[in-house]
Ligand binder design. Structure first.
Ligand SMILES: [Zn+2]
Length: 119
């Protein structure tokens, strides 16, 4: 457990019971940067730029959390996924922002990582 992260009680009991789904971020143009921020469902951190979606193995419930919480909530076998997916999403974000100049959503799923040979 990384010091400094405090899960909400309901989530503390479900550590390791989450499947990694995807990482995404929203690119907005002409606003001088990213103005949207999200709140982590696990620790309440509100400064998220990359959002990680997890699905509970037992209930099918989905939550959106930050990278640190994602790495802690998934099973230990999957703890690298949030970092890999975020790196990939960051790359897509840069393309969209600097090359295509289009706003929108950049998403990386586990399948994307497999297709790119990252897993
Ligand atoms: Zn968090």
């Amino acid at each position: 457990m990384i010091e400094g992260i405090r899960f909400r009680d309901e989530l503390a009991a479900s550590v390791g019971r989450w499947a990694y789904e995807c990482c995404h971020c929203i690119v907005k143009m002409g606003t001088g940067g990213v103005s949207i921020s999200y709140e982590c469902a696990a620790c309440g951190n509100t400064n998220l730029r990359f959002i990680h979606t997890l699905e509970n193995i037992d209930t099918g419930r989905q939550i959106e959390v930050g990278i640190e919480c994602a790495a802690l909530l998934v099973s230990p076998d999957d703890c690298d996924l949030p970092r890999l997916a975020e790196n990939e999403t960051r790359r897509k974000e840069r393309w969209r922002r600097e090359k295509y100049h289009t706003p929108g959503r950049c998403t990386t799923t586990v399948d994307d990582l497999m297709n790119r040979g990252k897993l």
